[in-house]
Design a protein around this ligand. Structure first.
Ligand SMILES: *Cc1c(COP(=O)(O)O)cnc(C)c1O
Length: 202
């Protein structure tokens, strides 16, 4: 939905490499050209900022950004996130932030939401229940629109609502339960998930 709402005829979007293959799959469905920007293994899979910048042209309508990273497992430090924002701000390009792993962060790392570090760059924060609760089959996620200077304009919300009607994703039982799921689940539940997943990883 985030990609579709920003797509224009002839546009391209920048996508991390290595990255989540679904971005490419979805792009062909909505007529978006994908351009890859590199992640650097020798720098904990941070974004090659020069490469990112070199892939931008006048038809670039979004930077797709994924932190924490699937498949790299990296969690970007704040100074690196600011470098990405600096590029987006200079070229006036919104960011689609796939931050679905925001809650699966192991001890010693700290997640910062990219939207929390900018007033200038419009950001779609995309997340959901899949990873936090380990329930991929529920198909329940959300887009938080962060656009403090109202650069998107009002149409973006209307458009996203229309696209949601088209997808009719999660069933109404789960939609009804989500408020309690998000607010009433005890912290111990998440601590246990992190502890278990961490043990499996090491
Ligand atoms: C799992 C995942 C998603 C969302 O997956 P759903 O199963 O559709 O909730 C999105 N981006 C990345 C990088 C993921 O790993």
């Amino acid at each position: 939905m985030a990609m579709a709402i920003l797509a224009t005829p002839g546009c391209n979007m920048l996508v991390p490499r290595p990255g989540f293959p679904l971005y490419k799959t979805l792009s062909s469905m909505i007529g978006v050209q994908i351009r890859y920007y590199n992640l650097l293994p020798e720098r904990n899979w941070q974004i090659d900022i020069d490469d990112l910048e070199s892939k931008i042209d006048r038809n670039t309508v979004a930077i797709i950004y994924n932190n924490p990273s699937n498949p790299c497992g990296s969690v970007f430090p704040e100074n690196h996130i600011r470098q990405v924002l600096d590029v987006a701000e200079r070229y006036h390009i919104p960011i689609i932030a796939d931050e679905i792993y925001e809650n699966i962060v192991f001890p010693g790392h700290e997640f910062r939401a990219i939207a929390s570090l900018t007033d200038e760059v419009p950001v779609f924060h995309c997340s959901g229940t899949t990873k936090k609760f380990l329930i991929p089959g529920w198909r329940l996620g959300w887009i938080a629109i962060n656009d403090k200077k109202d650069r998107f304009g009002i149409d973006i919300r209307t458009g996203l609502n229309s696209l949601a009607q088209r997808i009719i994703g999660p069933n109404s039982l789960i939609q009804g339960a989500i408020g309690r799921i998000l607010t009433k689940t005890p912290k111990s539940f998440f601590d246990e998930i992190i502890a278990n997943v961490h043990v499996i990883m090491i």
